[in-house]
Design a protein around this ligand. Structure first.
Ligand SMILES: C[S@@+](CC[C@H](N)C(=O)[O-])C[C@H]1O[C@@H](n2cnc3c(N)ncnc32)[C@H](O)[C@@H]1O
Length: 193
């Protein structure tokens, strides 16, 4: 990542932290991915050579910018979806100069996944309302290509909320996984069906 983009991202993260500290309603907070988690996730993306990347939970596009910068190295693109139009999302993608590799949609993550073809995604990042993930089954796994990466944030900060989804993944089988003790806990799994 070039220094100018990192400066922009650091500014967005700092602004988001200030914003969220002053916002009592959890659902109105931006809840941006922690920088350490973004660094690890995008390193994994690059090492995996992931090209078709899907993010559920755009917020103001902080993590989408990280993903977009990484897919420029793999020749890929990012499809990111959110149920809400967050202030700043479009502007932030433009400021970062990554619009060409990002398809930003408004809608439900589960519906988006249900509409994707089988085995069409190289990296799926789930960063939305965690208790909804089991309702999306089997699509989070159905859409993964062999060798794809499944990433889920907040695994250590909200273990009870992600447990039902991770239990489905475990029961399905075919994953080599770990939870990185970075940020709020980033679950990373490699898919070998
Ligand atoms: C933790 S924030 C995402 C943060 C973002 N990934 C970042 O790092 O900047 C969670 C987001 O999920 C969105 N969301 C909640 N339920 C959703 C759903 N069913 N489908 C898509 N997005 C959803 C919320 O509107 C919110 O913007």
């Amino acid at each position: 990542m070039d220094a100018a983009l990192r400066t922009l991202l650091d500014g967005l993260y700092a602004d988001g932290t200030t914003h969220d500290e002053a916002q009592p309603d959890r659902l109105r907070r931006r809840r941006n991915l922690e920088p350490g988690s973004a660094e690890l996730l995008t390193l994994v993306l690059r090492v995996a050579g992931a090209r078709d990347v899907v993010e559920i939970g755009t917020s103001n596009a902080y993590s989408a910018i990280w993903l977009a910068d990484a897919v420029r190295d793999t020749g890929g693109h990012v499809l990111t979806v959110d149920v809400e139009e967050w202030p700043g999302a479009a502007e932030n993608l433009a400021r970062a100069g990554v619009e060409a590799v990002v398809d930003r949609r408004l809608g439900d993550g589960g519906e988006l996944l249900a509409g994707l073809p089988d085995a069409s995604v190289d990296l799926l990042f789930l960063d939305a309302e965690r208790v909804e993930y089991p309702n999306w089954w089997p699509h989070p796994v159905r859409v993964l290509r062999p060798g794809a990466v499944l990433a889920v944030d907040n695994v250590l900060s909200h273990p009870d909320e992600v447990a039902p989804f991770l239990a489905l993944v475990e029961k399905h089988g075919g994953f080599e996984s770990t939870t990185a003790t970075v940020g709020k806990g980033l679950y990373l799994a490699w898919y070998r069906p």
